[in-house]
Design a protein around this ligand. Structure first.
Ligand code: PGA
Length: 251
């Protein structure tokens, strides 16, 4: 059985007092669960605060992006080593908002994946099609292109110890969730494509679903054989909503 993950993605949200009350409310209700992992990916300036609140608890933390470079003249970037210095376990790479709003190409995402691995982080590698792509019937070729970029740069072995997140762009922040059958189909496609390179890596690879996951739909999504948890945006900002998703993963 693969482990299950519930990972919050705070995006561009938070404040020192707000983060503290959110995390304290979450910590009151969670205990370590075998084979279950809970984490929050936070804006970089909050890493020190979050580390102070979460160190020694069952909740891990991570960054929302990582530089493809190790150091140097790259204004605004945050390196994998910097994230590690603040105790981060995870780094999201290739989120659709980075791809569409900030111009991350498949190649840049593949380099970020490699940089995250090199720094000792667990990358959460996001892939997903837009609504126009789904309607054109090219979902699988888009997922294949995004996945292959990382496979080409890092090889299938580098997916061992990483996570993939399938996040259909049309479901992110829209309230429109993929059906559990749509999620399963995409996850099985991704796992099958990795299996062509390395069946062992594919069978171990956790593939999370992201896009309007809520307490009310999490259990159904997580029951799918290839859905190994969720990457949670909006609902990760409200303790009760995030906890409801965690409970669905633990059940
Ligand atoms: P959402 O975001 O849960 O608000 O749809 C998910 C994500 O972007 O990771």
């Amino acid at each position: 059985m693969r482990p299950k993950y519930v990972v919050g993605n705070w995006k561009l949200n938070g404040s020192l007092p707000g983060n503290e009350s959110l995390l304290r409310a979450i910590l009151k209700e969670v205990s370590p669960q075998p084979g279950r992992h809970l984490a929050v990916c936070v804006p970089a300036p909050y890493l020190a605060q979050v580390r102070g609140l979460l160190e020694g608890t069952p909740v891990a933390w991570g960054g929302q992006d990582v530089s493809r470079f190790e150091k140097g003249a790259y204004t605004g970037d945050v390196s994998g080593a910097m994230l590690r210095e603040f105790g981060a376990t995870f780094a999201i790479v290739g989120h659709s908002e980075r791809r569409t709003l900030f111009g991350d190409t498949d190649e840049a995402v593949a380099q970020k994946y490699a940089a995250a691995r090199k720094a000792g982080l667990v990358p959460i590698f996001c892939v997903g099609e837009t609504l126009a792509e789904r309607e054109k019937g090219v979902t699988e070729s888009v997922l294949a292109r995004q996945l292959d970029a990382v496979l080409e740069v890092s090889g299938a072995a580098a997916l061992d110890g990483g996570l993939v997140a399938y996040e259909p762009v049309w479901a992110i922040g829209t309230g429109r969730t993929a059906t559990s059958a749509q999620a399963q189909e995409a996850h099985a496609f991704l796992r099958g494509r990795v299996a062509k390179k390395d069946a062992g890596v594919a069978s171990r690879l956790p593939i999370l679903y992201g896009g309007s996951v809520k307490g009310s739909n999490a259990a159904e999504l997580f029951a799918m054989p290839d859905v190994d948890g969720g990457l949670i945006g909006g609902a990760s900002l409200v303790a009760e909503d995030f906890l409801a998703i965690w409970r669905a993963a633990v059940a």
